[in-house]
Design a protein around this ligand. Structure first.
Ligand code: BGC
Length: 757
């Protein structure tokens, strides 16, 4: 009776303060709730655990159910299914003393059931509204299935393509990364008022993308000047966009673990950027701190909480040690209160006190109107089509004609799972969406004949193959006998008018714990491609990848090359749209594609050094900053992407109004197809008290032009864009000379030097 009264009071309290959820109302609601809580219950709110396998009948009897009933769990992760989630939420609301609802988290990284292109691919669209729309779709789908909190956006800048998690971010540029970070936050969270708004979680704070040698979970160390200029802007942008939660990273920053780093969590995140949400650790980070050599779990739990971490994912360090730490005087009750308040506020903002079941109360019929719907799949198809980056199109082979015999060959040609990429915790049934082969057959029905052969394995290297699929839900591509498969492919190709090769990486070769030391195409694929090419027929290579592939060989040997990443459930139809010219390709790289792995980390916005060599200079120069074997530049530069038409850039104009600079250029479509161009603006600060990169993206516009159409693009630059950060993270502007550049990629630009006083 007592318990039910308390639930009622909590809910009535909320109902009374519904109106506008002002901060004051939230404060008083949370304060009055916290007055009722024991220290143990407050600590319970800071505990986040995997749900295990909740069933609708037995939620109470699970380990997690036990914790929930005792008020020792504030949030769960990795549970899917609205009915199961409702079952555990009911335990929290009806069976725990105060009835505080759980926060239900999941890694919804690029879609829920409608799988969108991997985030790195999405970035290559440079289409910020479409990316925001994608996050809205993901939120609508997962919030219709019980999820209220996603561990996204991942905004780690990654400069080293060996790191498998480069696929989860937006690439190497902090400016573009910041725009995307903010867009994703807006897409997920909205204003928290709609039913489908969920809480976003910015991760991994901070610098996880700088793991040494691209090896996952490895050491990170860099100057504060570098972090503020190259790595921090997307985190800051997400915070300023109002992200509700932040996840710490697995790495150290300045020699201290990111999870117990007061400078990162208090000084920068809260004081400098004004973050008001709660901070959660990454998976068992507090436990891992012992392996790093930071002491016992108890010590690390205390350090983490004191530093500003509010919620403990999977280590149970807070639950096991905080109470004792308070009685021993190692923590104060205020330390616990502060963290508990932040977690309760998040639940309040999400409206969970008002309706704990808001994300898990739909009927199956109603749910079906929100998940994997034709509208969502259409949007995913449109977005996917914008992510493919056409790198070479010698002889104008693309677009293909919808006639004759088309041979589709390669390990990624007839896989459905293999189109999705890493991080799809929930995915549709395999037969609910087509493979590329399935999509092409349907698309070309009655117009052209489709032929198919797998042709080869993704790799013949068994160690790599085993590792690649180590924690995949299932094998995405069957293993075949190499000799036989090659012979079959040649037979098939011999009958064809045109050959489309679908290869590259396996969908599970990138993502967490998937670092690679060799970024080139596996030998067996090169062998097949060379054999196919010897037939002298038009050959199109589609490179599937979750990271930049080392493209030296492909660039030299293959006439037609398109990087297609992993495009999600609608990859097949989207590729048909682009291959056969219903749409023109419009993706532009947001990562540099190296010539060879040894160039990594490779990024366009590097410093000049005191001994610079031009990116395209092939001659080895003694005592200059270069390599024996290759020039410094990438195979394909940041910002690069071809299409089916040609664009002519007029002469760039640069106007100044005090310290405000406007760069303008007219762009004309001089070809025969409608197509989009990403007009990019870069700057270089020629002389400054801190070193500045040779090029920094500071603005862009994605425009679509019909044949013959001309449009002028103007980019406005202020002190903010012209300035940079000092070692304390303060933006400063230094008058002087600047190079202003505009063009269709970071290499081919027009430049004007100006003086800004
Ligand atoms: C990853 C996070 C993820 C978490 C929860 C960790 O291993 O680093 O990005 O959100 O697991 O699944």
């Amino acid at each position: 009776m007592m318990k039910e009264l308390c639930i009622l009071l909590a809910l009535v309290g909320e109902t009374l303060c519904l109106g506008a959820a002002t901060d004051d109302k939230m404060d008083s609601f949370v304060s009055s709730l916290m007055k009722k809580m024991t220290l143990r219950e407050k600590i319970g709110q800071l505990n986040l655990q995997p749900a295990g396998n909740i069933t609708t009948g037995g939620a109470m009897d699970t380990e997690v159910g036990g914790l929930v009933m005792k008020g020792e769990l504030g949030a769960i992760l990795n549970q899917t299914g609205k009915d199961e989630i409702r079952a555990i939420q009911e335990v929290a609301v009806k069976r725990s003393r105060l009835g505080i609802p759980l926060l239900v988290g999941l890694d919804v990284i690029h879609g829920y059931k409608t799988i969108l292109p991997i985030p790195l691919a999405q970035a290559c669209s440079w289409d910020i509204p479409a990316i925001e729309g994608g996050a809205r779709i993901a939120a609508e789908e997962c919030s219709s299935d019980g999820i209220s909190w996603t561990y996204s956006p991942m905004v780690d800048i990654a400069l080293d393509a060996r790191w498998g998690r480069i696929m989860e971010g937006s690439g190497e540029d902090p400016y573009l990364g910041s725009l995307i970070a903010a867009a994703l936050v807006r897409g997920y969270q909205g204003d928290f008022k709609e039913r489908h708004n969920i809480m976003a979680c910015l991760k991994h704070y901070a610098l996880y993308g700088a793991a040494e040698a691209g090896r996952d979970y490895n050491t990170v160390d860099m100057s504060r000047w570098r972090m503020f200029n190259q790595y921090m802007p997307p985190y800051e942008a997400a915070v300023r966009a109002g992200v509700g939660s932040v996840m710490t990273s697995f790495n150290i920053v300045d020699g201290q673990h990111a999870t117990a780093n007061p400078w990162l969590l208090q000084e920068v995140l809260r004081r400098k950027w004004g973050f008001e949400g709660f901070v959660v650790t990454d998976y068992a980070s507090i436990t891992e701190m012992t392996s790093w050599g930071f002491g016992s779990q108890k010590e690390n739990g205390i350090k983490a909480l004191k530093a500003g971490t509010d919620m403990d994912m999977c280590a149970q360090a807070f639950l096991h040690h905080c109470e004792a730490a308070v009685s021993e005087g190692l923590l104060t009750e205020q330390d616990i209160d502060q963290a508990c308040r932040r977690v309760l506020e998040a639940k309040y903002k999400l409206g969970l006190f008002k309706d704990p079941y808001k994300h898990c109360d739909m009927s199956d019929k109603e749910q079906a109107q929100h998940i994997f719907t034709p509208e969502h799949r259409r949007a995913a198809r449109d977005l996917a089509a914008e992510t493919f980056v056409l790198l070479k199109n010698d002889g104008g082979v693309l677009p293909l004609k919808k006639q004759g015999k088309v041979a589709l060959i390669g390990p990624n040609a007839d896989t459905t799972d293999g189109l999705l990429g890493s991080w799809c915790v929930v995915r549709p049934q395999r037969d609910a969406y087509p493979s590329l082969l399935g999509a092409m057959k349907e698309y070309l029905q009655g117009q052209a004949e489709m032929l198919y052969a797998q042709g080869c394995n993704l790799t013949d290297d068994e160690r790599q193959d085993k590792a690649g699929f180590a924690n995949a839900p299932y094998r995405t591509v069957p293993r075949v006998d190499s000799h036989q498969a090659l012979a079959e492919a040649m037979q098939v190709a011999a009958q064809a008018d045109v050959i489309v090769y679908a290869g590259g990486e396996g969908a599970e070769w990138s993502g967490e714990s998937h670092s690679r030391a060799d970024l080139s195409l596996p030998e067996c694929q090169k062998k097949l491609l060379a054999a196919l090419q010897s037939l002298g027929k038009p050959l199109v290579m589609l490179n599937f990848s979750g990271r930049p592939t080392a493209m030296g060989w492909e660039k030299e040997h293959l006439p037609v090359l398109m990087n297609v990443w992993f495009g999600g459930t609608e990859t097949g139809p989207a590729l048909c749209d682009v291959l056969f010219g219903d749409k023109s390709p419009s993706g532009h790289l947001t990562v540099s594609l190296p010539q060879t792995t040894g160039q990594e980390p490779l990024y366009y916005n590097h410093l000049n050094t005191g001994r610079p060599v031009r990116d395209d200079d092939d001659t080895f120069r003694q005592y200059q900053s270069n390599y024996f074997e290759v020039s410094n530049g990438p195979a394909f530069p940041f910002g690069f992407g071809l299409t089916y038409t040609t664009f002519r850039y007029g002469e760039m104009k640069v106007e100044q109004d005090g310290r405000n600079v406007t760069a303008s250029v007219s762009v004309s479509n001089t070809g025969e197809s409608e197509a989009a161009e990403v007009v990019q603006c870069y700057i270089r600060d020629v002389a400054c008290r801190y070193a500045r990169p040779v090029r920094e993206l500071k603005g862009f516009e994605r425009i679509t032009l019909r044949p013959g159409q001309t449009q002028t693009v103007s980019i406005r630059l202020t002190e903010q864009e012209l300035g940079s950060y000092d070692a304390e993270g303060n933006l400063f502007f230094e008058p002087g000379e600047f190079d202003i550049m505009m063009g269709g990629n970071s290499r081919d630009v027009q430049t004007k030097r100006i003086t800004v006083k």
